[in-house]
Ligand binder design. Structure first.
Ligand SMILES: NC(=O)c1ccc[n+]([C@@H]2O[C@H](COP(=O)([O-])OP(=O)(O)OC[C@H]3O[C@@H](n4cnc5c(N)ncnc54)[C@H](O)[C@@H]3O)[C@@H](O)[C@H]2O)c1
Length: 282
């Protein structure tokens, strides 16, 4: 049976077919094509089935977000399906899942590849969203390092001395720094390549959101997460649906003047850290 006979459908490209990304994509899926990209065929199949059983049109693509050619092929695939209206990047690994270099190559450099590649194919009036993290607010990078990051081509990021000397020392630092890099990458793309396409790009920085990735973190982090949750004003974890609500706003037409910026959605954890109400554990 053909569920949708309309032609020239707009495309939503989701890089990382996980919990938060899928929740955001669902908000725009009706009447569009959802292109799911993930390194895990199992995750692709699970998410594709979930969306198909909800009546949406879905295509899948195996992509490694850490490899430039693979990400470029994903962007080309998106463009081949129709005008690329939305791009969502949630491909990521948490500190306890991976080694520092892997985190920096995936969460930092990989996001750069994605913004570069989609900066060539976005439709005019389109919008993008990178899922960064509250951790991007946990450490202030020196101004000169932020400038180096803004000026570096994506392939040069790993050569920046601060990245080598600090980010690659442990997975926690790698994650914190990669997520701050996301904010800078979105600023840069908004001002350059995405501007040329007349498309907007922002980041969203979630706090503790219960997903499979977060479960891996909870298991390995002792009582640090519990303390962080208790210290936040919300005093609870967040959900993918709450992130989707904000993501839908940032991607949607009511956010037409929001560009190159970040929205922190953390229940107040960073406020607790900044004010000294909570001190980060090891
Ligand atoms: N869950 C949280 O508490 C939390 C908080 C802040 C930020 N984040 C960030 O949000 C993003 C999404 O996380 P989530 O919690 O929805 O996790 P998730 O595990 O549900 O989704 C992540 C997806 O990325 C995919 N992926 C991993 N490596 C990849 C690669 N090399 N190429 C392509 N795909 C790859 C995984 O297979 C998975 O489907 C991540 O970047 C994460 O760092 C999560």
């Amino acid at each position: 049976m053909i569920f949708d006979r309309n032609e020239n459908k707009e495309v939503i490209a989701l890089l990382g077919a996980g919990s938060m990304g899928t929740a955001i994509a669902r908000r725009f899926a009706a009447g569009r094509i959802v292109l799911l990209g993930d390194i895990s065929e199992k995750n692709l199949e699970r998410t594709a089935n979930e969306l198909r059983y909800s009546g949406y049109t879905v295509e899948t693509f195996v992509v490694n977000a850490m490899e430039k050619e693979s990400v470029e092929a994903f962007a080309k695939k998106a463009a081949s399906l129709g005008p690329v209206k939305y791009f969502i990047d949630t491909a990521g690994a948490s500190p306890n899942q991976s080694r520092p270099e892997h985190i920096m190559r995936l969460d930092g450099v990989g996001t750069g590849y994605a913004l570069d590649a989609f900066g060539k194919v976005m439709a005019a009036g389109g919008a993008g969203l990178v899922i960064s993290s509250q951790t991007g607010y946990m450490m202030r990078l020196p101004d000169e390092v932020e400038l180096q990051i803004l000026k570096a081509a994506t392939d040069e990021l790993m050569d920046i001395p601060y990245i080598k000397e600090t980010a690659l020392q442990n997975s926690g630092y790698a994650y914190i720094i990669a997520k701050r890099i996301n904010h800078l990458q979105a600023q840069k793309a908004a001002a350059t390549t995405w501007k040329e396409r007349r498309a907007r790009i922002n980041t969203l920085s979630p706090g503790v959101i219960v997903t499979p990735l977060a479960y891996d973190e909870f298991a390995a982090a002792g009582d640090n997460y519990q303390k962080m949750i208790d210290a936040s004003a919300a005093m609870r974890t967040g959900s993918s649906d709450e992130i989707a609500e904000a993501g839908a706003f940032l991607l949607g037409e009511h956010a037409g003047f929001i560009n190159g910026t970040d929205l922190l959605i953390d229940g107040g954890t960073i406020a607790a850290i900044r004010t000294g109400a909570y001190t980060l554990g090891a």
